[in-house]
Design a protein around this ligand. Sequence first.
Ligand code: GN1
Ligand code: MG
Length: 374
Amino acid sequence: MRYVFLTPLLTFELKGFKNSHSFLYKVMLKDLLLQFGLIEDKCEITKFGTGLINHTWVIDAGDKKYILQRINHHVFKQPEIIDQNTANLRLFLNKFYPDYLFVAALPNLEGKSLIETEDGYFRLFHFVDGSVTINTVENEEQAFEAAKQFGKFTNLLSDFNLQNLGITLPDFHNLTLRFKQFEDAVSNGNKERIQETQASIDQLYQLKDIVNTYESIINENLIPLRVIHHDTKISNVLFDEYGKGLCVIDLDTVMPGYFISDVGDMMRTYLSPANEEEQDLSKINIRLDMFGAIYNGYMSELADKLTDKEKELFIYSGKFLIYMQALRFLTDYLNNDIYYGAAYSKHNLSRANNQIKLLKEYIAAEPDFRKMIG
Ligand code: GN1
Ligand code: MG
């Protein structure tokens, strides 16, 4: 498999971090770590996680471990908003819920927690001792614990003033805009790719009622804005060694939003045993027990807070998010993979078809979902 890096940022990835012996990498990291009082020569540095946008490394300094994250500032155009949001959330949680484990970026020797270098913006975190992350939901308990942690996060922040939460990614989960970007790509994108993907394009047009429902939710103000994480995959939850959830991490996309984003992304990423990278579509199916676990976990924290309308939209949330992700992958394919990049030819088409299959399975399972939460 050959990796194709398209943006200048990812080219740097290839030149710098992938080749851990390169001069560039050494000089850059040395300076960065020194700002935190860490000596690069004494640290072991390993790439961590599978995120498509930001990049993460574990820094093992012997006595202590850290997580280093580089923010993709082509995507997050104002990284300082992330930093400000985290500071505001930390103040609130430390004041009202001092026992909550909030993983905030560490200040460097000058007291800055967002470090701007000529190679981008970086943040360093403590690696929480004894914490475990997982990449695939294997059992109901994991789904329950994760959903409980995302529910808890939103619940604890119910009284947080949304004015103190900046927009790190404008219109991130705006389905109207995502649909429009898809339409634009279908009109102006790569001609060959448009022809080749006509069947997938048609399928997404046929499911457009998902956008209509979204628009009535927004236009009629049917549900409230809350503090929403917006990236609820299982690897964004820290577990303890017994499998109990500790807290949520990766707070870059925490913004005012709707609960359908968080519940929807859990549906998208926990229900099927095979993830968005799976090319064998027969492996994509819905595990009903995971649906029950997401529902019970989320409700264990938020049953008293969610409105009747939100509860009514619980099942819709999966359609909303899976459909949006299918649109985003196909749009990117038509736009020559400028956003997600591609590790092999037709990678984003394959991801889009994967999500379309997941959406169809999800829709087919709706009657069963209804019976479960009836
Ligand atoms: C991106 O970077 P990562 O993998 O955490 C994307 C999510 C998508 C996801 C699909 C900022 O998340 O919205 O669901 O890829 N994040 C951004 O894998 O675009
Ligand atoms: Mg993320």
